[in-house]
Write a protein that binds this ligand. Structure first.
Ligand SMILES: *Cc1c(COP(=O)(O)O)cnc(C)c1O
Length: 352
């Protein structure tokens, strides 16, 4: 039997192995100078002046909210169509999540829907740039509340000429094993406010407090930072390889009765995920592809409003039914790309 093609797979090079080994040789596992080097490079990659590396993207979101003094009595807007990390971080900070429906053209947070969900208590909007495509940052910025950009899926991409990650008062990243830059686990908050950065740095660790205040340990190890930095140095190459595969998929699937990923002219796309819409529902195509040895996925496991047993987000429900994400990553070889194309054609062809 042929080996199934996984939905995602990290790209690890000899340089990555060398970077991790050199931290091991140094004996300075944590804290490590590799963490500061990683922070400087990551801050540049999102167009902010500084960054604080932490243990995960979820921890980064939680810390950003706390550093902005957002908590009990405050409301935070974010889309329902996103990984549940956002709900967990907002809830853990003591604030009230207010979910927003999506823009069906891009899968991102709809600025019009967000405007209808604003109240006097809205203290921030978290903007995930999903699947590699920047959200409508100008329209969202015009709404008023501070923006927290979530760049867990989108790095090194421009919106109207300016880097994503540079619009928020704070920007969070994740370096989980499946992300564009994979450190295994890891996260980061970037900002250009020295005051915010100082608060984040102080909140990262429980240690060296003259007076005890409830704290946690959110630090990133030097091993993870070194791997993250080594990968971040290849970001341009990572994005170029992903775009090349996306163009092949675009050409192959244009004749099929599906909606290809949107590519608005005023912004780039990093193709963290290649997400198509299958009208009528992605379920049967997902099952057929699995039988053909290609792992496709729903790009969001379950929308947050559904996980909470709520209704009222029609576009999110439709996206959840229709969206299908194909394997796309730098390590995907030519023969594998052809197998993905053939499997998707067969899976969708049978629907008609
Ligand atoms: C992965 C992800 C997170 C959470 O990051 P972790 O490192 O897994 O905690 C947050 N937001 C988005 C959009 C993500 O894709």
């Amino acid at each position: 039997m042929i080996k199934p093609i996984p939905h995602s797979h990290p790209w690890l090079t000899p340089a990555d192995l060398g970077a991790v080994t050199s931290v091991l040789r140094s004996g300075q596992l944590s804290p490590s100078p590799a963490v500061e080097r990683f922070e400087r490079a990551a801050a540049r990659a999102v167009g902010q002046t500084g960054a604080v590396a932490v243990s995960s993207g979820t921890a980064a979101l939680y810390m950003a909210l706390r550093a902005l003094d957002i908590g009990r009595g405050d409301a935070v807007l974010f889309p329902s169509y996103v990984c549940s990390a956002l709900w967990h971080a907002v809830t853990a900070a003591g604030a009230t999540p207010r979910l927003v429906d999506l823009d069906p053209a891009t899968f991102n947070l709809s600025a019009a829907a967000a405007r209808r969900r604003l109240t006097r208590r809205t203290k921030a909007i978290i903007i995930p740039h999903l699947f590699g495509l920047p959200a409508d940052l100008d329209e969202l910025r015009a709404l008023g509340p501070p923006l927290i950009e979530d760049c867990a899926q989108t790095l090194g991409v421009r919106y109207r000429g300016r880097l994503v990650g540079s619009f928020g008062v704070a920007t969070v990243c994740s370096f989980y094993a499946t992300k564009l830059v994979a450190a295994g686990e890891g996260g980061l908050v970037a900002s250009s406010s020295p005051r915010l950065l100082a608060r984040l740095r102080a909140a990262r660790s429980y240690d060296e407090q003259p007076r005890l205040a409830p704290s946690f340990n959110f630090k990133l190890s030097g091993l993870h930072a070194a791997l993250g930095l080594s990968q971040l140095r290849r970001l341009t190459r990572i994005l170029a390889l992903r775009r090349r595969i996306a163009r092949r998929y675009d050409r192959a699937f244009a004749p099929l009765p599906v909606a290809l990923p949107a590519r608005p002219a005023d912004r780039g796309h990093g193709y963290y995920r290649y997400v198509l819409r299958v009208p009528g529902g992605a379920g049967p195509a997902l099952a057929r592809m699995a039988r053909l040895g290609v792992t496709a996925r729903r790009p969001v496991y379950v929308p947050i409003h559904r996980a909470l047993g709520r209704g009222g987000f029609a576009e999110t429900d439709r996206a959840w039914r229709e969206a299908l994400s194909l394997p796309l990553y730098p390590g995907l070889g030519n023969a594998e790309i052809e197998r993905v194309i053939a499997a998707f054609r067969a899976a969708v062809g049978r629907i008609r």
